[in-house]
Design a binder for this molecule. Structure first.
Ligand code: FAD
Length: 386
């Protein structure tokens, strides 16, 4: 029997690819390897679970056994691949050497924190980037009863979504970030203020324009010291200071990397023959979009390529829908710096249009009732990857 196609990573990118390949080829041997539990779950739902108190088992749509059965694939869980030998076409897992015919890296992105967390507080400090993280945080939250005090560090998409979700679940939330308005990478300040006001009205203690200096253990709590000297007390701390593509494994094979991830061309091919990459770990033709629609398009294109029809991937003008029900937000960030942001609307219902010097639309951001303009604007905005 020939060596299998191996996919490292069973997140939405790895599993999505395996499904697309199976739809085109029922016989090919496929092995999926994952460092985590291997449950099939939708990562975007992690930041919607606390409003309804959703237990982790309800987020796991299929067990790894069901996945293996449905895909007729070998699924290895809690298995970390240590290194790749691209000449011998083998993977190192401890002392084991596993041969592959073709290899796909779908290793995702890992939370990155600009500080180290001391041992004395680490049982109170969390990140939530997969279902196992959600399990741990859910258990800790349950131990603190119905109105836990949660300090969230970072006011990007993940921090804002968890803030809104935890508030809706009856918890007390403080949001700490150095930017003066939330979601600063997606929203120009007037729209960021709308979101900040909505989070504040829902009960968030906003500490924006402030950085975290120190985390200390207090008897039953954690104290966060901010750079303005203020102190905050919390039962739990959630770090949401960004994600970095996981490239350490790719590095062992000497693949071309950048801060944006494993460099690939439009065919998701890396710099070494027989190795492809997709999802949050991959920078495709200069762009790492890090959300679901681009990785789904990549999975479809790569499945076609790996089953004999070389297919380049293209991304449309796909806006990001931010899951903050207290203030609907949609954004399509411009790929180049706009000459101006044209702001329209009033109150909480604002449209911000990013334009070049000729008035051409490069991207947009919408709040409140204006989110309904997303389809109309996406039609005229430039595609992410034409
Ligand atoms: P991951 O899901 O991170 O999977 C990586 C896999 O690689 C895992 O199985 C891991 O165990 C495995 N792995 C890594 N290294 C190794 C190794 N050495 N050996 C073995 N296995 C390894 N996007 C949207 O479009 N809409 C949303 O509403 C949205 N909401 C989000 C909410 C949250 C809270 C977060 C964190 C993200 C959200 N995103 C959203 C982004 C989206 O979920 C991600 O882009 C997507 O899930 C990434 O999938 P992935 O398969 O590339 O990576």
């Amino acid at each position: 029997m020939s060596d299998p196609l191996i996919i490292v990573g069973s997140g939405m990118a790895g599993l999505g690819l395996a499904r697309q390949i199976r739809a085109r080829d029922t016989r090919r041997a496929i092995t999926l390897i994952t460092a985590d539990s291997g449950d099939d779950y939708s990562k975007p739902l992690l930041s919607t679970g606390f409003a309804k108190g959703t237990p982790p088992e309800r987020l796991a749509m299929r067990s790894p056994l069901d996945v293996a059965d449905a895909l007729q694939a070998v699924v290895r869980t809690h298995t970390r691949v240590d290194a790749i030998d691209s000449h011998a076409r083998t993977l190192a897992i401890g002392a084991e050497r596993l041969p592959y015919s073709e290899l796909v890296l779908a290793t995702g992105a890992a939370p990155s924190a600009p500080f180290t967390v001391a041992d004395e507080v680490c049982d109170r400090v969390f990140t939530i980037n997969d279902l196992d993280d959600y399990r741990r945080f859910h258990a800790a939250l349950s131990r603190h009863g119905s109105a836990a005090r949660v300090a969230i560090v970072g006011a990007g998409l993940v921090g804002c979504e968890f803030a809104d979700d935890l508030l809706a679940g009856g918890h007390r939330v403080a949001l700490v970030a150095p930017e003066p308005t939330p979601l600063a990478r997606l929203l120009p300040p007037p729209l960021g203020q709308v979101l900040g006001k909505a989070l504040g009205d829902t009960g968030a203690d906003l500490r924006l324009g402030r950085s975290l200096e120190q985390l200390h253990r207090d008897d039953a709590a954690v104290t966060l010291t901010l750079d303005d000297g203020e102190a905050l007390s919390a039962d739990l701390v959630l770090i949401a200071t960004g994600l970095s593509p996981r490239t350490a494994l790719a590095d062992t094979a000497g693949l071309t990397l950048s801060d944006a991830g494993i460099q690939t061309d439009r065919y998701l091919a890396t710099s070494r023959p027989g190795i492809h990459a997709l999802g949050d770990c991959a920078c495709v033709a200069g762009l790492n979009a890090m959300y679901v629609q681009p990785l789904q398009a990549s999975a479809k294109a790569l499945a076609a390529t790996l089953t004999g029809t070389p297919t380049a991937v293209a991304y449309g003008a796909w806006p990001v829908l931010v899951k903050t029900p207290s203030c609907p937000v949609v954004a399509l960030p411009p790929r180049q710096s706009p000459t101006r942001w044209r702001i329209e609307g009033k109150g909480d219902d604002l449209s911000a249009l990013a334009e070049d010097e000729n008035g051409h639309l490069l991207g947009f951001a919408l709040t409140g009732a204006c989110v309904r303009r997303k389809v109309e604007l996406a039609r005229v905005a430039p595609p992410l990857l034409p």
